[in-house]
Design a protein around this ligand. Sequence first.
Ligand SMILES: Nc1ncnc2c1ncn2[C@@H]1O[C@H](COP(=O)(O)OS(=O)(=O)O)[C@@H](OP(=O)(O)O)[C@H]1O
Ligand SMILES: Nc1ncnc2c1ncn2[C@@H]1O[C@H](COP(=O)(O)OP(=O)(O)O)[C@@H](O)[C@H]1O
Length: 220
Amino acid sequence: MGSTTGAGAGAGAAAAAGTANNIFWHECPVGRADRQRLLKQKGCVVWITGLSGSGKSTLACTLGRELHSRRKLAYVLDGDNLRHGLNKDLAFSAQDRTENIRRVGEVAKLFADAGLICIASLISPYRRDRDSCRALLPDASFIEVFLNMPLEVCESRDPKGLYKLARAGKIKGFTGIDDPYEPPLNCEIEIKQEEGSCPSPSAMAGQVVSYLEEKGFLED
Ligand SMILES: Nc1ncnc2c1ncn2[C@@H]1O[C@H](COP(=O)(O)OS(=O)(=O)O)[C@@H](OP(=O)(O)O)[C@H]1O
Ligand SMILES: Nc1ncnc2c1ncn2[C@@H]1O[C@H](COP(=O)(O)OP(=O)(O)O)[C@@H](O)[C@H]1O
């Protein structure tokens, strides 16, 4: 699929530019605060960014399971999965990745407004795109988690064989190989190797749960 099918064309471009006319906001009587009280938690977005193979999906699922066991309502938006549906018209050009992140940011905002802990797990390689998602959320409810795993670690894992294909020139524009990744400058949580080894999935999730607890997201 070519990159011309993405943000540059049709509805995507119109939405990004905000070109629709004669539209009005309709307020509903039940609001975010009411839903949060019902759920006994605060809506937020946990945005996990990092290279392919850094452990984003593993962290997202482990965190989702841990929150579920604490009777907290969470929902995972995984980049790979969303590209099977909502974002199946997008490829991996810079423009398409930007549109991918914009759409997921908007969906995540709705989930957070619904009172859920929305766990978004995408490479999201561009700082500006992540910052645009942050700007959609009320103060402090966008929690950026940087899975800071060295490229060599991600490449040695290579569970889908994509790095191998990228090194062989069979995938062009692969993040970390011949496409950029811009690490966060000011994220809320950084997960990295300690003494040369990666924290276990449950330790990674524990780091995020501790943050959510400390900031009061797990109570209303
Ligand atoms: N060119 C290229 N670069 C990076 N990744 C690629 C590419 N082509 C396919 N894939 C697969 O797509 C998954 C990343 O999708 P995302 O939506 O998270 O990417 S992005 O945020 O729009 O950059 C990514 O999944 P993860 O390995 O889970 O990160 C890959 O499986
Ligand atoms: N904390 C971890 N320690 C060891 N291996 C991990 C860890 N997290 C993920 N993995 C392994 O690394 C590979 C990539 O993980 P994945 O969650 O699919 O990454 P991503 O979603 O960033 O591409 C998988 O084989 C997974 O089992």
